[in-house]
Design a protein around this ligand. Structure first.
Ligand code: 5GP
Length: 182
């Protein structure tokens, strides 16, 4: 499948994503029973994952979003983290679950965790739909929930974009190996 100038192939189908989300939600419902956690989705990429995950959460919870960006439209990571939308809720004394689309180098997540810690939450964990273990630059102990571990490849779909395109795709696709850098 072509998106702009690059060719992509299927990696994870929507049924597999849905099954994995069910299992993650079972864990979260058990781990956070009685804690009324706040889910903080990291925009833009996590919007579909947050929506599908939250529908399976059966314990009382709150949902909000923040917006960070470390990518500027290409297929390789840039170290700069830009903060577009700050958090609008008070998280002090609360149990926070960060919901990410994908953890690549881990710089974005590590930055957000350090920033949120300044507000003295009761606890922080992170839940990422995708993780590239081979690209991780620092181990992040808060990252307790991961949907799928993938290779060092560039992916789109299910909220993830290439040049802002492809977020609407139901499945996750990867860049075909012959078409470009990761
Ligand atoms: P990190 O800070 O962990 O290197 O990068 C995290 C952010 O980079 C993600 O939230 C996502 O926006 C972007 N990113 C990393 N890998 C990919 C990828 O394979 N595809 C897309 N579309 N974005 C990615």
């Amino acid at each position: 499948m072509r998106i702009d100038d690059l060719e992509f192939e299927p990696l994870i189908e929507q049924e597999t994503i849905a099954e994995r989300i069910n299992l993650l939600s079972v864990e979260l419902n058990a781990d956070y029973a009685g804690k009324t956690p706040i889910f903080i989705g990291v925009l833009n990429g996590s919007f579909l994952f947050v929506a599908d995950l939250i529908k399976q959460i059966t314990i009382p919870c709150e949902v909000t979003f923040t917006k960070l960006a470390s990518y500027f439209g290409g297929t390789s990571t840039s170290r700069k983290i830009r903060e577009d939308i700050d958090l609008s809720v008070d998280i002090s004394g609360r149990h926070v679950i960060i919901v990410e689309d994908i953890v690549d180098t881990g710089n974005t997540l590590a930055y957000l965790i350090e920033k949120l810690k300044l507000s003295n939450p009761a606890s922080i964990t992170a839940c990422s739909m995708l993780l590239k273990p081979g690209k991780l630059e620092t181990s992040i102990e808060e990252l307790r929930y991961v949907g799928f571990e993938i290779e060092n490849e560039f992916v789109v779909g299910y909220g993830l974009d290439y040049k802002e395109l492809g977020r609407n795709l139901k499945d996750i696709y990867r860049l075909t190996s012959t078409t470009g850098e990761v």
